[in-house]
Design a protein around this ligand. Structure first.
Ligand code: ZN
Ligand code: ZN
Ligand code: ZN
Ligand code: ZN
Length: 334
């Protein structure tokens, strides 16, 4: 039921005291009270009523808006999805007849069943759990999200490509971003090679990442078994962030225990763009940490480490500080 607005109600009452002849008749009022009951949570949508064309009509109004609350003739009951009975997903799944449970696409806001089986991975970002319909409806309906912004909103990590250093990489440190950009410009075919190398190192167990909606946990795998890193890179030593205490685990390095609220990262894990970008930022850091210092300009490698290392907050807004000190190092002062 729509709640009464007391201000409007008082104005109406005052008006009717002055003009009693305008009062609705009791039968009319009773009917209005009955139709003021809404059985669904869905907002009542205005619908355009097609206008009949007449040759002498010069109005440029293109249709009359009608508030319509018993819209049953429209394609779909708004509380149901295309896979509610009698509809069905192409894999045979059907929503419950009574009280079906749905999730919403963040891009087009359409409903889809809240799948609890394997298909669930097609509906959610594995890390932040945001829901998008594109992958799921492509697999179970034959066509994906109806909005351009929702298409390819979820992809496996290995389908992403990155051609720019994200502004949030290196804790927003534009100087370190530039150092990586210059290194890549001279030695690699494109920045995306950093991403592809990172994914290879994840596949090989050299980078062990876990991701939650709020952060990325990075650890290194069994350094001794690294086969795809050149001797010079190994000589650089795997300076690891202080979070990566598992580095000293006795060999062979086991996969770290999954942290609460975190999901392990694999090259084929399905993710939204935001989470994939956060992982790319972490890979930029790890990749940069693995670069042999000899391959970096003297001005870069001769800088002393900042005590706060990669966690330093000054690096994001103080360019002089960011240039003077190295921030691709763990925090040493707490
Ligand atoms: Zn449904
Ligand atoms: Zn996400
Ligand atoms: Zn959608
Ligand atoms: Zn600093």
């Amino acid at each position: 039921m729509v709640a009464r607005n007391h201000i409007v109600n008082n104005l109406v009452a005052a008006y009717l005291r002055l003009h009693p002849e305008k009062q609705r008749d009791p039968e009319d009022l009773r009917n209005l009270e009955i139709s003021n009951q809404y059985m669904s949570d869905q907002p009542v949508r205005p619908r355009r009523r097609p206008r009949e064309w007449s040759p002498d009509d010069e109005s440029d109004d293109d249709g009359e808006v009608v508030w319509d609350d018993d819209d049953v003739d429209e394609e779909l009951d708004p509380s149901r999805c295309s896979q509610c009975p009698p509809g069905r997903a192409s894999d045979g799944y059907q929503c419950a007849e009574q009280n079906p449970v749905h999730v919403f696409c963040m891009a087009c806001m359409s409903r889809m069943p809240d799948r609890t089986d394997r298909q669930r991975t097609l509906q959610h970002c594995s890390f932040c759990q945001q829901t998008y319909c594109d992958l799921y409806f492509n697999a179970t309906r034959g066509f994906g999200c109806s909005t351009p912004g929702g298409r390819r909103a979820l992809k496996s990590l290995q389908e992403y490509e990155f051609h720019a250093v994200p502004p949030t990489a290196f804790h927003d440190n534009v100087h370190e971003q530039q150092i990586l950009r210059e290194y890549v410009g001279e030695l690699l075919p494109s920045l995306n090679a950093v991403w592809l190398t990172g994914l290879d190192r994840i596949r090989a167990g050299l980078y062990m990442l876990q991701c939650s909606p709020h952060g990325v946990d990075a650890r290194r795998g069994n350094v001794a078994s690294e086969v795809d890193r050149g001797p010079s890179e190994q000589a650089s030593g795997s300076a690891v962030s202080p979070r990566s205490s598992a580095e000293s685990t006795p060999q062979p390095a086991a996969n770290p225990v999954t942290l609460f609220g975190f999901t392990p990262v694999a090259a084929d894990t399905i993710a939204c763009t935001t989470c994939a970008t956060r992982l790319f930022c972490e890979i930029c850091y790890l990749y940069r940490e693995d670069i042999d210092p000899e391959a970096l300009p003297t001005a870069v490698r001769s800088r002393p480490d900042c005590w706060y290392g990669r966690e330093c907050r000054t690096q994001s807004h103080n360019v002089m500080h960011a240039q003077r000190l190295n921030h691709v190092c763990p925090r040493t002062r707490f």
